[in-house]
Design a protein around this ligand. Structure first.
Ligand code: HEC
Ligand code: HEC
Ligand code: HEC
Ligand code: HEC
Ligand code: HEC
Ligand code: HEC
Ligand code: HEC
Ligand code: HEC
Length: 510
């Protein structure tokens, strides 16, 4: 009927003025009807949203209302990749897992009745698990989940089931008797000094990547996959890791920035295809490595993983670095990654130098530990944390410089190996020795220094007995008994002989 009128009005248009007016009116009428139909449709088709590139995307009722409630969220969401796969707000924000695994108290605290839906405002790995089981399993196994929260809060924060999960992946963390006391202490002491609110926004903010959730899952994917874009390219960006891996005690981002890897990456990043799925990503898509390339990506058959610990051979952050369980596989897998861009001898030589430098720093850190203990055992230092100047010297010595010197070698930050590493380490060490000399007297100092420098463990009993004596003997053993201490590590004889032609590598250096 409408169309007939249009045709009719078109035909009569030229012959009859009155008809022309009518035809214009009916044409406008049609336009109004078409507009009304479209407009009406738009209102009803609540699953339509246009993203910033003009693409029409289906997202559902939550998104439609949230276009006004929280437009930023909807915009980021509509630009993400998951949206084109039909994943909607409720797929992540549903409360199913909370209802299934949470206690009634947790449910009451976290379930929100919202415009006819039951939702949660903090989706967890349990929500992602439905579709990303591999990533969730690997992440849960990594130091990012569980262990990172244990490091600051201790074991009390977890349920029995969660503790079993953590224990499974980090058995070494449960050997030390009273774990709560051992590791919970850090945050407790810090909050006594700084106040709870500061701790919430510092330690707990970075370490919250591994905090327990009310639905039994552990940790937080959106610390790296920032909401609501969940872009893989953004997760690959080193600054993402640099949110937490920064500062004097773990300056991985600063080291990377100054490394030749960082320089090449920054210079060529606009040529890279950082949004490619891991399945299709090749070295040609990114020819200089980021944090994620070395610690996570699947180049050269290393196997893409969310377990960031799985390629580390050493516990580098420790004052005295020991090898991790399963370090041989870890090292092989890290080397494999390097081999997608470098040749084998180049890589072996690099790791040989790094491993040797771990040993040197171990010795320096342990010498610092020796004097720190002497001060404590002779009553020249209080037991309280950070109440005197010398506490800071002792802490910085291993916790800052003793770490950065090691991180700098592996990740190519020469400045961190030297000026923010070994140089500062030596400065703090001499400061500590001067302080001790002054406190315990010249005679005794010279005697102890001789024992320390020349491994005269038997003379220690002149000054110490019982547990104290054992402690000093242990420190000396770690400094001098290479074969015993480094046997099952990258510095062990077996490993060096089989894997590295040591003489050849040392000669090549010159
Ligand atoms: C009728 C409109 C409407 C609908 C439908 C709607 N929301 Fe909301 N939502 C809002 C408003 C308004 C707020 C409050 C925003 C503010 O505080 O600035 C909100 C808040 C939220 C919050 C934060 C809640 C809190 O207490 O912290 C979440 C999460 C959320 N919505 C998710 C959803 C999800 C998921 C859906 C779909 C299942 C949905 N919304 C459907 C309007 C809506
Ligand atoms: C892929 C999973 C996922 C989808 C899909 C998703 N969200 Fe979220 N949402 C999250 C995560 C994760 C958080 C933050 C958890 C946290 O606090 O760390 C969050 C937090 C929120 C918050 C509260 C925090 C804030 O920034 O205000 C609101 C509101 C919200 N989402 C709304 C939405 C809306 C609306 C949609 C759909 C357009 C949506 N979400 C889709 C995972 C998702
Ligand atoms: C209902 C299923 C579903 C849920 C729930 C879900 N995802 Fe996804 N996600 C997908 C699909 C499908 C893709 C696209 C295919 C792919 O890349 O694997 C995807 C892709 C991704 C990508 C890659 C994006 C890119 O730029 O290539 C990330 C990152 C991601 N999801 C993170 C998450 C996180 C984090 C959660 C939980 C907070 C989550 N997803 C929840 C289905 C889901
Ligand atoms: C929200 C903060 C945060 C972000 C973002 C983050 N990390 Fe971490 N990461 C941590 C914390 C905290 C630990 C220490 C866990 C512990 O206490 O043992 C850690 C540990 C690690 C470790 C293992 C170190 C060890 O001691 O075993 C590696 C490797 C690592 N992160 C790599 C990465 C990479 C690569 C990225 C980026 C893709 C990244 N991290 C992003 C906080 C973060
Ligand atoms: C800027 C983010 C950030 C802040 C703030 C932070 N940490 Fe960490 N922390 C990390 C990262 C990253 C690591 C992993 C370092 C590495 O392995 O190189 C780490 C490692 C640790 C470890 C060593 C874990 C182990 O396995 O031995 C402990 C303990 C720790 N932090 C406690 C704390 C305490 C206590 C606070 C607050 C006083 C704190 N952290 C503040 C990011 C942070
Ligand atoms: C430490 C930071 C970090 C955390 C935490 C993290 N991711 Fe990722 N994720 C990444 C990086 C980096 C990549 C890309 C790795 C690469 O270069 O191939 C990635 C890739 C992905 C992909 C895309 C895989 C593909 O097809 O290429 C998905 C899906 C994903 N993550 C889901 C998750 C889920 C689910 C969680 C939580 C259990 C999570 N991620 C936690 C950093 C992280
Ligand atoms: C060229 C590869 C490469 C790049 C790029 C790289 N790393 Fe590393 N990273 C290593 C190697 C190798 C080690 C030492 C592994 C071992 O213990 O054998 C290491 C050690 C670490 C550790 C110390 C773990 C411990 O034992 O305490 C952390 C944390 C870390 N890297 C995070 C990062 C972050 C964050 C970035 C980016 C800002 C980054 N890495 C960039 C190769 C790399
Ligand atoms: C995606 C490719 C890629 C990966 C993976 C990679 N590198 Fe590199 N590497 C480069 C590029 C590009 C340079 C810069 C070349 C230059 O300095 O001229 C470089 C430089 C270096 C240098 C400095 C060379 C010099 O002459 O100063 C060392 C050492 C190095 N890489 C070691 C490693 C180690 C060890 C790994 C693995 C843990 C690794 N690289 C992984 C691409 C890569």
């Amino acid at each position: 009927m409408v169309f007939k009128t249009i045709i009719k009005s078109g035909v009569v248009m030229l012959t009859n003025r009155k008809e022309i007016v009518i035809s214009i009116i009916s044409f406008l009428g049609v336009l109004i009807i078409v507009f009304a139909v479209f407009g009406f449709n738009n209102k009803n088709r609540s699953r339509v949203y246009i993203n910033s590139e003009g693409e029409t995307i289906a997202v559902g009722q939550c998104a439609t209302c949230h276009t006004t409630a929280t437009p930023g969220i909807v915009n980021q969401w509509a630009d993400g990749k998951m949206v084109t796969e039909g994943v909607t707000c409720i797929d992540c924000h549903n409360a199913d897992k909370l209802k299934q695994y949470g206690t009634s108290e947790d449910i009451e605290k976290n379930l929100i009745s919202h415009n006819g839906y039951e939702i949660i405002n903090k989706p967890t790995p349990a929500n992602c698990n439905e579709c990303h089981n591999k990533q969730v399993t690997e992440f849960t196994r990594s130091g990012h989940a569980g262990k990172s929260w244990l490091s600051v809060v201790g074991s009390d924060a977890f349920t029995e089931t969660q503790l079993k999960m953590i224990k499974l992946h980090h058995p070494e963390k449960f050997k030390k008797g009273d774990f709560v006391k051992h590791n919970g202490l850090a945050a407790v002491e810090a909050s006594q000094i700084e106040g709870d609110f500061a701790i919430r926004l510092s330690c707990k903010r970075c370490h919250g990547i591994g905090a327990p959730n009310p639905d039994m899952s552990i940790g937080n994917c959106s610390d790296c996959h920032l909401r609501h874009n969940f872009s893989i390219a953004q997760a690959r960006e080193p600054k993402t890791c640099g949110q937490c891996h920064i500062g004097p005690d773990h300056p991985q981002i600063e080291i990377w920035e100054e490394s030749s890897h960082g320089v090449v990456f920054r210079n060529r990043a606009d040529k890279y295809n950082l949004d490619k799925s891991n399945k299709d990503m090749r070295v040609q898509d990114q020819d200089a490595p980021t944090c994620a390339t070395c610690h996570m990506a699947g180049f050269k058959g290393s196997g893409f993983t969310h377990d960031v610990n799985s390629r580390s051979a050493w516990h580098l952050h420790s004052s005295f670095s020991t090898a991790r369980p399963g370090w041989k596989i870890a090292r092989a897998s890290m080397e494999n990654t390097c081999l997608s861009c470098h040749d084998e001898e180049f890589v072996k030589r690099h790791f040989y130098n790094c491993d040797k430098s771990v040993q040197d720093v171990n010795v320096k850190n342990n010498k610092g530990k020796f004097w720190a203990n002497v001060l404590m055992d002779t009553g020249n230092r209080t037991k309280a944390a950070f109440d005197e100047e010398i506490d800071f010297v002792i802490f910085d010595l291993w916790h800052h410089w003793g770490r950065t010197a090691k991180f700098g070698t592996f990740m190519l930050g020469a400045d961190y190996v030297q000026w923010h590493g070994n140089y500062e380490l030596q400065r703090d060490y001499s400061h500590l020795m001067d302080f001790t000399k002054e406190k315990i007297g010249k005679e005794k100092f010279i005697d102890l220094k001789d024992i320390l420098d020349n491994n005269k463990a038997e003379l220690l009993s002149k000054y110490f007995s019982g547990d104290q004596l054992k402690k000093y003997q242990q420190i000396l053993t770690e400094i001098y008994d290479y074969d015993k201490i480094y046997n099952d590590t990258p510095l062990g004889k077996d490993y060096l002989e089989v894997n590295v032609d040591k003489n050849h590598l040392e000669k090549k250096q010159l």
